[in-house]
Ligand binder design. Sequence first.
Ligand code: ZN
Ligand code: ZN
Length: 410
Amino acid sequence: MTQHDHLLDAYARLVVKTGLNIQKGQQLLVTAPLDAVPLVRRITEHAYRDGASLVTTIYSDNAATLARFAHAPEEAFDVAPGWLFNGMAEAFKAGAARLAIAGENPSLLAGQDPKKLARANKARSQAYRPALELITGFAINWCVAAAATPAWAKSVFPGVPEAAAMEQLWKAIFACTKADQPDPIAVWEKHNADLHRRTDFLNNRRYRALKYSGPGTDLMLGLADDHFWKGGGGKALNGVFCNANIPTEEVFTAPHKDRVDGTLSSTKPLSYQGSLIDGIRVRFEAGRIVEMTAEKGEEAFRSLIGTDEGAARLGEVALVPHSSPISASGIIFNNTLFDENAASHVAVGQSYTENIRDGSKRSKQELAALGANSSLVHVDWMIGSGKLDVDGILPDGTPEALMRKGEWAI
Ligand code: ZN
Ligand code: ZN
């Protein structure tokens, strides 16, 4: 085996064991770009070795996606494969694990008709909802990992020849996921313990809000009542301990959907369904985005937050130190899985049930009354930098320094 094959195999093993923790007799549903075939084959092999009963992979093909935008009839853009997504939801209900391999071309759909894009995304989000609810409700063990693909690599390393760009991107993926270390699984155990210490601290403080100050940012972000901080691995409702993101550096919780006020600016580009969005500035009033501009991809961001009422409100707030290994790599990945772990961030849209105490035992109405947000979408965007200060506001209103210049102050 070449060095690359060794690392690819170590990474596949990490994803199956630490990411998914696939169980004997469990089915596994994988989605991946076509270019990820070599990684998916290794993952499939490790999953079977660990006792998976059946691994099913659904591949996406950029050329086929583009062909739809070029040639499909006008009315086609309100259509989504509901039958497929319902089947996925059925599989999760029957106990299947879920693995998503990221690696899309971040600008695949740049230049396509924004109206068609918005319709296609909305139809897809609506059809996907039953499956997404099982994922955000943490019903089963799931994981998002990544594979370098030529189009993605070229967007991260512009001007570098394709083969070299692929090599650099894989190198970065192996480093950020710690797959290049001698015993990645043990390294992840320690990493999880570190993140759990952080969430224990935050859960004990019971902050009612976070206050953000930085360039273009002056925000009071109320936290949901009975919110719960999570980070690193956790136990899904099916009893399986998994790491939903490889890599992960964040600790995160649920904002209060009605208690966010002030201005907020993004610090890194966001790739959303084939559009690159950058330089976002928004103003919140009582939890809702009431003004927005973006230097790039403004139309795509506007259509995202226009998806439904909850898409213009926050469903996640996450703290990541500016010195995180992913940030220290200096690479802007144009991919949320990596960029969200390089910087503090927020997400518009659906909140995670696990971010409310006993969330899985509460009704939708109870969750909403506590401030949890509900939407067809959940999209993270980055607000952290070496210039961001964050205070935790204690229940009695006293501020406490949480982050200074992007680093933990606690
Ligand atoms: Zn996050
Ligand atoms: Zn998120």
